[in-house]
Design a protein around this ligand. Sequence first.
Ligand code: M1P
Length: 241
Amino acid sequence: MNYIFDVDGTLTLSRQEIDTEFKEFFLNFIKKHNCYLVTGSDYAKTLDQLGKEICESVTASFNCAGNSVWQKGKQTWANEWKLPSDAREWLEGMLDESGFYRKTGKHIEERPGMVNFSIVGRNCNLEERAMYREWDEHKNERSFIAAVFEDTFGLSAQVAGETGIDIVPPGADKSQVVEWIEKPIVFFGDKMQLGGNDFPLVKALEQYNKCSSIQVKDWKDTQRMLWALENSIVHEHVGVV
Ligand code: M1P
């Protein structure tokens, strides 16, 4: 069995370091199984959050939604795609129009093969992050921007993490990692609903027998599920979304 793990919301709180006790547990799990990471974040952020030992013990870390592949601390493949200038201008317009007043800078972050767009900005602190989360829960701003952006530019835009939207060329989302990994696969993620950045991978796995996706509420839920798997309380093919 091969395991794929989303990072923010699945192994850690969004953009936070992994819990110390869970880190030991998870390291033990990945030493016994063939494991992969898949995240919208770039490798530097994943390294900050999970540490070198986890990042280099997994078979591969698919960063930037699979557009930047890392193995044993080295990037082994990257997509060269760049955001077109008209799409950039449109996002800047959305930023001006948003009624959310606390804008912290670094709103369009270019990563290998993808862009993260954030109204609050990537420089936000924890308080500003919480403010934006609440704003977005009420206004559904990210879902709206993502849907209109997709219609306008034919690119893929997904609500990701707590504050942003991940933008990639069509098909260059998390679903692309399926090509690189032997089946069967179990995938753990927290944003598996339509429009969430784990959704494309869930759909891709549905094409294969004996592959399943497990939606978790947070890292504690992931730990519970892994513990149950290890102790044969849950069969590997239940828990499908
Ligand atoms: O890995 C999930 C997301 O994590 C971050 O989201 P946020 O900071 O908004 O919680 C971003 O790095 C995002 O691109 C990524 O998909």
